[in-house]
Ligand binder design. Structure first.
Ligand code: PLP
Length: 406
């Protein structure tokens, strides 16, 4: 039984944030790691590390059990029907490439349409462009309205009998918009029940309780390092009936039943999609991260971030000349802005000198930058450990930057 943790006390769980030297406001790029994750990963290496699924000795059995327990934990975390629906990948990017190259190459044909949105991360654009180059699918793009919400009327008008897949982000990493993916899925499936829906939940699992069965989608992907877990591990959830129809993505050890030079047969999912030695230590670290997040409660994290977001928007009122991108109601704790007195890179450099870490650039979302006619924004993104002190440091840093650049 995991002990309930009060969110205001959580900052002390993150060794890197001790001493107060840095106000870390780049959690949307990658979140800091709590002691629980660091310890869980060290424990594997210090006490029972070995490869999994193969050894009959106890180290291997303990490590295999811990690894497979995380599959169950992930299934529970996102409301999957079974842990057999959870495929471990390297990151969200690999999860989407897996769907494009396995499901996409098997079931899509020249002229079939894939609908994306204007606010997608490059990870949910480029894999479909590769597929377009390989087999000639057509990519259509749902536009974004001025406040950063998706134009769902345009989406409905876009659907045709050729539309086979809708692949859309749950929470935008550039704007913070929370898309109504349940409604998007319902619109797609009402039009054509066999249409597939993929949801990129990379930013959503950290801010929202996710229930893939309630959403009704076919695939849901996320990445471990934004969820306070390690790098090198991601998740693809797929409805079992869909995963079963998909050919392997990569070939190698652990995904086969029998190999002969003339013919090879493959295991059932999820093993079919996990060729080679997986990220054993990292998967166990991801399990510790999920346990940690659940000990606080996603709802408590969401409320804390909403509170800080409101506080930040009030504080920013004292800084002239800012333009904000993504002002939709109920958005996540991701604040993107430009200033009429300085370039984002210069602002970020000065903020760094003030001990404030923010992200600048296109955030791997060049199309949405083009939509808002900017090359780059400054992005401050909140995590469960963020505090009003961090927002105060950011505001003071911005006032300093304005003084120097303005
Ligand atoms: C919305 C979204 N999708 C996908 C990704 C890609 O994540 P990864 O690089 O871990 O695969 C990111 C990372 O920034 C993201 O924010």
């Amino acid at each position: 039984m995991v002990e309930k943790v009060i969110i205001e006390n959580c900052r002390s769980d993150f060794p890197v944030l001790q001493g107060g030297a840095v106000s870390y406001l780049d959690s949307a790029a990658s979140a800091q790691k709590p002691r629980a994750v660091i310890d869980a990963m060290s424990e594997v290496m210090e006490t029972h590390y070995s490869n999994i699924h193969r050894g009959l000795y106890s180290f291997s059995q303990v490590t295999t059990e811990k690894f497979e327990a995380v599959r169950k934990m992930v299934a529970g975390f996102i409301g999957a029907e079974s842990d057999k629906e959870i495929v471990f990948t390297r990151n969200a990017t690999e999860s989407i490439n897996l769907v494009a190259q396995s499901w996409g190459r098997e079931f899509l044909e020249k002229g079939d349409e894939v609908i994306l949105s204007e606010m997608e991360h490059h990870a949910n654009i480029v894999p479909w462009q590769l597929l377009r180059d390989q087999i000639g699918v057509v990519i259509k793009v749902v536009p974004v309205l001025d406040d950063g919400t998706l134009d769902l009327d345009a989406f409905e008008r876009m659907l045709t009998p050729q539309t086979k897949l809708v692949s859309v982000v749950h929470v935008s990493n550039a704007l913070g918009t929370v898309n109504d993916v349940k409604k998007i899925t319902a619109i797609a499936k009402d039009f054509y029940p066999a249409m597939k829906v993929l949801v990129d939940g990379s930013q959503a699992v950290v801010h929202k309780v996710v229930d893939v069965q309630d959403i009704g989608c076919d695939f849901y992907v996320f990445t471990g390092h934004k969820l306070y877990g390690p790098t090198g591990v991601g998740v693809l959830w797929g409805k079992y009936g869909v995963l079963e129809t998909m050919p392997p993505y990569q070939g190698g050890g652990d995904m086969i039943e029998k190999v002969e030079f003339s013919h090879t047969t493959y295991k059932k999912p999820p093993a079919r999609f996990e060729a080679g030695t997986p990220a054993i230590i990292e998967v166990i670290g991801l399990g510790a991260a999920i346990e940690y997040v659940q000990s606080i409660g996603i709802d408590a994290i969401m409320a804390h971030e909403a509170d800080l977001l409101g506080y930040a928007m009030d504080k920013f009122g004292s800084v002239d000349g800012l333009t904000f991108y993504g002002t939709a109601p109920d958005k996540a704790g991701i604040i993107s802005f430009t200033a009429d007195w300085g370039h984002p890179s210069d602002i970020a450099t000065i903020l760094d000198q003030c001990g404030v870490a923010v992200r600048t650039g296109h955030h791997c979302c060049q199309p949405i930058m083009a939509r808002f006619d900017v090359d780059a924004t400054v992005r401050a993104s909140l995590g469960l450990y963020s505090s009003k002190g961090d927002i105060d440091a950011l505001t003071n840093g911005l006032l300093k930057a304005k003084e120097l650049l303005g």
